[in-house]
Design a protein around this ligand. Sequence first.
Ligand code: PDD
Length: 301
Amino acid sequence: MTFHEQAGTMWLDGEFIQNEAAHISLLTHTLHYGVGVFEGVRCYQTEKGPAIFRLKEHTERLLNSARILKMAIPYEETLLNQIQCDIINHNKLTSAYIRPMVFYGSDYLGLQTKALQCRVMIAAWKWGSYFNADTQGIKVHTSSFIRHHSNSVLCKAKANGNYINSIMALQEANDQGCDEALMLDHQGLVAEGSSANVFIVRNGKLYTPNRKSILEGITRATVMTIARDEGIEVVETDLTRDELYIASEIFFTGTAAEITPVAEIDGRSLSKGTMTQFLQQRYQAIVQGKEKKYQDWLTVI
Ligand code: PDD
């Protein structure tokens, strides 16, 4: 079964369709120019059944991303939330990855966008762990590609075209035998991974880059809340690459990546530490609905 076939029932512009009917024109604007926004959302199997983690925050970010790019989504937030639940049921999924995406249609090809139709698709498929690395952690390469400046392609929008930057960095990291790239911003300060935010541990404190050059990760916010609720100090600050070289622990956070420890960065190895392990265990307990305190983060379907 191809990946496309796995996606089964999808939703396009207000209707549920089968993947074999999911066709769009070769002249679709977003296919040519990359102006579109999307989300990566995870559904987890819990004791109460499938549940989507922080659905509200993801859909809010989708709407914010569209607002940043001045794309007028023709559907309400409540409907988008409901369809993401329905798509799980339609495909009888439990642990899954949901992909809402807003894109411009094939009304015409040009750089003007005013008269373009804003289209919305939502698909979901079974998804396991993102990095196929062993549990000790991944190998990371500091990229020669810098994270785009927030006045060039607007880092707070999870925009399709922004991922050229990420994919170039990840390809380079993979070519170096690594699993993920660490991207620096235009000032040479640490920004984030190709598709995840980054944290380090030093002297019992958690540090993470401030928000100026990164996508505001929902998993990043989750980890900061969990840590602070446990009395762990979390500092958002400028980080330099050599602070990662002397950190006791490094991990990435993302919907796909969840909490992924780093075992090596630019040839310098480090072990998965106790703070990373603690946060991983708490995170997994929360997404599986075992922590009453954070039940509100789960939308049980
Ligand atoms: N995105 N930074 C970038 C550039 C990302 O693409 C992602 C996640 C993150 C983490 O954001 P969040 O915790 O909200 O997922 C940070 C991929 C597509 C994903 O994990 O689904």
